[in-house]
Ligand binder design. Structure first.
Ligand code: C2E
Ligand code: MG
Ligand code: MG
Ligand code: MG
Length: 291
C-alpha cells in the first residue's frame, strides 16, 4: 500500500514495517503490565575508587524478565520505552526503588552513593525535580548521595529546559553526570553551559584504548579536561587488569566494569560492599625475602 503525503511525497509501507510497529506496541503493553505487576527489578553495579579499589557507590540498572519473552536486555526495551511516556513512570519507579535501597544500605555503608540513569523525557518532565526532592525527603537520604546520569540527548533536544532542570537539581544539592561521554554530538561548551559534576567515559573508548593510540589519546584528553574543569571522571566498562592499570596511570579516579564487578542483585551487592568494608585498609604486603 502507498500513502500520499503532501503533494509529491509517496511513502511506501512494507508489510515488515507494520509487523515492527505491532511488535513495538506489543512490547510497550507488556512493559506497562510489568511495571504495574512489579516485574521490574534493579541490579546494582559497584563504582570503585581505582586507587584503593573500594566501592564509593553503585549504579542502578533496570532489569526485566517478561513471563512471555524471558529476560529482555535494557537495550531492547529502554529505547522503546523512551519513545513513549512510559519511561516517565518507569523512571519514577526506579527513583523510588533505588533511593529506598540506598537508604537501607547507608545504615551499614554511610558514605555510599547511588547513580541513577535518567531518560531525556524524564528530565524534561516538569514534575521531575519535585519527585526527586520528595523521594529523598521520604527516605531520609541527603541529596549529595544521589548522582543523576544524563545523556547529551536531553541537552540537545531542549537546552533551555534541560539547563533549567539541571540548575534546580543542583540547587537541591544533587550531583549530575554525563553518561556515555564522547559518543554524543555536544560541543565542549556544553560543559560550561550546564552544571555538570561528573563525566562517564563511554566504554567503547576504554575497550579500545590499549589497542589504539587514538582512543588512548581520547581517554587521556577527557581525563585532563575533567581535571581542568574540576569534574570527576568515571571510566565505564573496565574489563581487564591492563585497562585498570592504564586508567590509574592516567589519573582516572573512579571506574566500573566486569573486571571489578558485574551488575548484582541487591543481596549480592550488599555482600560485595560488606566484603570490601571488611578488607584491611592497606593491601597486605607480600613477605620480604629474608637476607
Ligand atoms: P549505561 O547507563 O551506560 O550503563 C552501563 C552499561 O554497561 C550497563 O548495561 C552495564 O551492565 C554495562 N557494563 C558495565 N560494565 C561493563 C563491562 O565491563 N563490559 C561490558 N560489555 N558492559 C558493561 P545494561 O545494564 O545492559 O544497560 C544498558 C543501558 O540501558 C544503560 O547504559 C542505560 O543507558 C540504559 N538503562 C539501564 N537502566 C536504566 C534506567 O533505569 N533508566 C534509564 N533511563 N536507562 C537505563
Ligand atoms: Mg549509566
Ligand atoms: Mg554509560
Ligand atoms: Mg550506555
Amino acid at each position: 500500500t502507498a500513502k500520499k503525503r503532501g503533494a509529491s511525497q509517496v511513502v511506501v509501507f512494507e508489510p515488515q514495517m507494520l509487523a515492527e510497529t505491532v511488535e513495538r506496541l506489543d512490547l510497550v503493553a507488556d512493559l506497562q503490565r510489568a511495571l504495574q505487576q512489579g516485574d521490574l527489578r534493579l541490579h546494582y553495579q559497584p563504582l570503585v575508587d581505582l586507587r584503593s579499589l573500594r566501592p564509593v557507590g553503585v549504579e542502578a540498572l533496570m532489569r526485566w524478565t517478561c513471563p512471555r519473552r524471558g529476560v529482555v536486555p535494557p537495550d531492547e526495551f529502554i529505547g522503546i520505552a523512551e519513545e513513549s511516556d512510559l519511561i516517565v513512570d518507569m523512571g519514577l519507579w526506579a527513583l523510588r526503588e533505588g533511593v529506598r535501597q540506598l537508604a537501607r544500605w547507608r545504615c551499614d555503608f554511610p558514605g555510599l552513593g547511588l547513580n541513577l540513569n535518567i531518560a531525556p523525557r524524564q528530565l524534561l518532565d516538569r514534575d521531575f525535580v519535585s519527585h526527586v526532592a520528595d523521594t529523598l525527603l521520604i527516605e531520609g537520604v541527603p541529596a549529595a548521595a544521589l548522582t543523576l546520569e544524563l545523556t547529551e540527548t536531553a541537552m540537545i533536544r531542549d537546552p533551555e529546559m534541560a539547563g533549567h532542570q539541571m540548575t534546580r537539581l543542583k540547587d537541591l544539592g544533587l550531583r549530575v553526570a554525563i553518561d556515555d561521554f564522547g559518543t554524543g554530538y555536544s560541543s565542549l561548551s556544553y560543559l560550561r553551559r550546564f552544571p555538570v559534576d561528573e563525566l562517564k567515559i563511554d566504554r567503547s573508548f576504554i575497550n579500545a584504548m590499549n589497542r589504539s593510540a587514538e582512543d588512548l589519546a581520547l581517554v587521556r584528553t577527557v581525563i585532563d579536561l575533567a581535571e581542568a574543569l574540576r569534574l570527576q571522571t568515571v571510566a565505564e566498562g573496565i574489563e581487564d587488569a591492563d585497562q585498570l592499570a592504564t586508567l590509574r596511570t592516567l589519573g582516572c579516579r573512579i571506574g566500573q566494569g566486569y573486571h571489578l564487578s558485574r551488575p548484582l542483585v541487591p543481596t549480592a551487592a550488599a555482600e560485595y560492599l560488606q566484603t570490601a568494608q571488611d578488607k584491611p585498609r592497606k593491601a597486605p604486603t607480600s613477605p620480604r625475602p629474608q637476607p
